[in-house]
Write a protein that binds this ligand. Structure first.
Ligand SMILES: Cc1ncc(COP(=O)(O)O)c(C=O)c1O
Length: 395
């Protein structure tokens, strides 16, 4: 947390994003804390306090950005790591041991699914995947060894906003911890701990960094939980380089301002897409047609910067659409200042059959859009031309 006292008791999120975590300054100090590249720090005995070493997550840049994230999430502590997957993997390793069991949503980022389905079983940790739309499924999947209940909010790429309460109640019933990957929501749109989540995970590569120029991850929770994840990070080694930590902190300072605009432009674009000929479906939690619209309106402070469309003409139309774009860029990832598009059938969901993807609401022709900070009218012009190109290709 910031060393600067809050004059009004509690600071707003935009103020915390700018100031929290940073040390108080004295005259002559730089306004922007410098990058501390040093791997190690002068230390001669335990009288000097805790040992500082950049793999331990206690380099000044790592500490100040972690403090900012904790202040935004409303948690006691946070830890930054070398990637979002690093954050997920170290959290799961910290919370489980051989013989333990995880209950996880089946709507997960592909690598998280693979970690749970293929990798953790090699370490003796089994996962049961459940349909999060089925409120009773969470508690039905519990075993005496369930230690973690895991979900993602909102989900990729269908932007489902499932109820948290059934997962939370199941976790409490099993004395397990509820872990949520809230990368798509960001702490601006949702503070999962307010809903009973114990550990919040972010791919900080996305909105927190916000400029598509770093790879980082974060986990936020109680001091005890973060101590456990830090232990795993020290042993397995995925600490965040101080330069990336500094860049991440720079990104987070503008997170609330960026999210306000991402939220606004993405909703306006989704509303506009509904009237565009050649677009069979628009997927956005801010639209009344979205299955979770009412819950999203209640739970989120903003619907997020993502929007998805399904083009008439299926896969070939989506290929032509992406190829015709001049402003938006086809690329995986999301959450940057620039608009990116991707087709899940080539990226996150490449390992599924077309039928399995369709079952999840991702038919061929599905294009995910990470709406950037460009002017709405420029984006509409680019997308209108691309939809026309897609229609021409489908003839
Ligand atoms: C929801 C979600 N979680 C985790 C990750 C993994 O993050 P990283 O690429 O920073 O390891 C991603 C990456 O796309 C993601 O979309």
């Amino acid at each position: 947390m910031s060393d600067r006292p809050a004059r009004n008791g509690t600071q707003g999120a935009a103020t915390r994003a700018v100031h929290a975590g940073q040390p108080a300054t004295r005259p002559g100090d730089p306004v922007v804390p410098p990058i501390v590249r040093s791997s190690t720090f002068h230390w001669s005995s335990p009288d000097d306090g805790g040992l500082l070493y950049s793999r331990y997550g206690n380099n000044p840049n790592q500490l100040s950005v972690a403090g900012k994230i904790a202040a935004l999430e409303g948690t006691e502590a946070a830890l930054v790591l070398a990637s979002g997957m690093g954050a997920t993997a170290m959290t799961l390793l910290a919370l489980t041991e051989a013989g333990d069991h995880v209950v996880a949503s089946r709507h997960l980022y592909g690598a998280t699914h693979a970690l749970l389905a293929d990798e953790l079983p090699r370490r003796g940790v089994a996962t049961t995947f459940v349909d999060p739309a089925d409120a009773g499924a969470w508690s039905a999947a519990l075993t005496p060894r369930t230690r973690v209940v895991f979900l993602e909010l909102p989900t990729n790429p269908t932007l489902r906003v499932f109820e948290i309460a059934p997962a939370r109640d199941a976790a409490r019933e099993a004395c397990a911890l509820l872990v949520a990957d809230a990368t798509f929501a960001t702490p601006v749109n949702l503070r999962p701990v307010e809903h009973g989540v114990d550990a919040v995970i972010h791919s900080a590569t996305k909105y927190l960094g916000g400029h598509s120029d770093l790879i980082a991850g974060a986990v936020a929770g109680t001091r005890a939980l973060i101590a456990g994840v830090t232990k795993m990070m020290k042993l397995y080694g995925p600490s965040l380089d101080p330069q990336a930590a500094w860049l991440l902190e720079r990104g987070i300072r503008s997170l609330p301002a960026r999210m306000e605009r991402h939220n606004r432009t993405s909703l306006a674009l989704a509303e506009w897409f509904q009237s565009v000929e050649g677009v069979a479906q628009v997927v956005h939690p801010g639209l009344p047609s979205h299955p979770d619209h009412e819950r999203a309106a209640e739970m989120l402070d903003g619907f997020g910067g993502m929007a998805s469309i399904v083009l008439e003409g299926g896969g070939p139309a989506a290929d032509a659409f992406c190829a015709a774009l001049e402003l938006a860029l086809p690329a995986p990832s999301l959450g940057g200042v620039e608009t990116l598009v991707s087709q899940p059938r080539y990226t996150s969901h490449v390992d599924l059959s077309p039928e399995e993807r369709s079952d999840l609401g991702i038919p061929d022709g599905f294009v995910r859009i990470s709406v950037g900070l460009e002017d709405l009218e420029d984006l509409k012009a680019d997308f209108a031309a691309a939809v026309e190109a897609a229609a021409a290709a489908a003839v």
